[in-house]
Structure formats: structure tokens, C-alpha cells
Design a protein around this ligand. Sequence first.
Ligand code: MG
Length: 157
Amino acid sequence: MRAGIGYDSHRFADGRRLVLGGVPIPHEHGLAGHSDADAVAHAITDALLGAAGLGDIGAHFPPTDERWRDADSIRLLEQAVGLLSERGFSPVNVDVTVVCEAPKIGPHVPAMRARLARALGVEPDAVSVKGKSNEGMGWIGRGEGIAAMAVALVDEG
Ligand code: MG
């Protein structure tokens, strides 16, 4: 078994949809980014790549690559799972914390777990998603964006 950690953040932007963990979430802003800016999917992708010693999301899916413009980040996650699989690694479980003042993450957790589990090839009970506020502090507290942290365990089969 090997563990990896991932972190991502994106700033809020007008005129964008908010997508977290592959799930569209009704909110007054979306997140700025080259892809759909799904910070949850990106943090998990980095955690998986890290666990397998395969570098990071920027190396595999560079923001200069037009293929990933407005991309569904679940596709990036699935490709990362494929890269791991080619090297004999399979995801065991992931745990994610999403930090933002709004929107409320809790109501969307079951849909995110189901969507992420499908992409990872694990059961939903092997995917944990938790929402936290930042108690009004700093850039997150001012509602400037969203951060996500993820830990992934992979099995070297
Ligand atoms: Mg990102």
C-alpha cells in the first residue's frame, strides 16, 4: 500500500458553472480555471499520482494543452487511474476535505461520492468527502475561492 496527498485551489469567477467532485452545484459563481476547475477532482488526481510516484496533474494535463480547455475533470481523474493501472496500482480509498464558506458541501456529498467512486473503480464507501468552513479567515473566509485537500491510498498489486 502507498499513500499520496493532493491539494488544489481555484478562485471564484462569474459566468462559470461550479463543479465539485464531478457534480454540478448550483451557486452564484463557478471557479476559474483552464478545465472545469473541479478542485476536488484535481486534488484527488494529485493524491493518486503522488501515491504512485507519477508526478503531478500539471505534468500530465498541462494547462497549455487545448484538449483540457473546459474539460470535465472526471476525465482527467479517469486518465490518472489508467496511468496508475498501467503500472500495477489500483485505488483503495480516498478522503477529501473541501474548504469554503459557501456553498454548503454536505448536501452534495452523496452525489460526489457516487460520481468519484465510479471514476476510481471503487465502492462509494471508499470515497469520503467532507466540507469545512474557514471560520471567516483569509481568502477562503472572504469567499474568494475554494480549496480541497485529498489523501489517497493505492494498492500495488
Ligand atoms: Mg486545479
